[in-house]
Design a binder for this molecule. Structure first.
Ligand code: FES
Length: 104
């Protein structure tokens, strides 16, 4: 399965993932090095912020309070914001589309 990532320069990357990986891991392994993910995926840094394509939102389960709290602190927060380290990928996420959020 694959996800489609739009980077900050507008370039699209098609990234293969293994089921069970987080979206953050898949993006890092797929060479999206602008995704800093400083905390390593423990929901405390918000540098793995992405915006979900509106057409892909229904593929995701709702976010936790911790995730929401952290995202609301970002100046680039909007209704499509998610932390990519909090999204665990399954085959159902094939063709999920996301855009890397601007850096705060
Ligand atoms: Fe730090 Fe996702 S990697 S919150």
């Amino acid at each position: 399965p694959e996800v489609i990532v739009t980077k900050r320069d507008g370039e699209h990357s098609i990234i293969e993932f293994m089921e069970g990986a987080t979206l953050m891991q898949a993006m890092s392994d797929g060479g999206v090095d602008e995704l800093l993910a400083i905390c390593g995926g423990v929901c405390s840094c918000a540098t793995c912020h992405v915006h979900i394509d509106p057409a892909s939102v229904s593929m995701l389960s709702p976010m936790s309070e911790d995730e929401q709290f952290l995202l609301e602190g970002s100046e680039h927060f909007n209704e499509y914001s998610r932390l990519s380290c909090q999204i665990r990928l399954t085959n159902e996420h094939h063709n999920l589309r996301v855009t890397v959020a601007e850096e705060d």
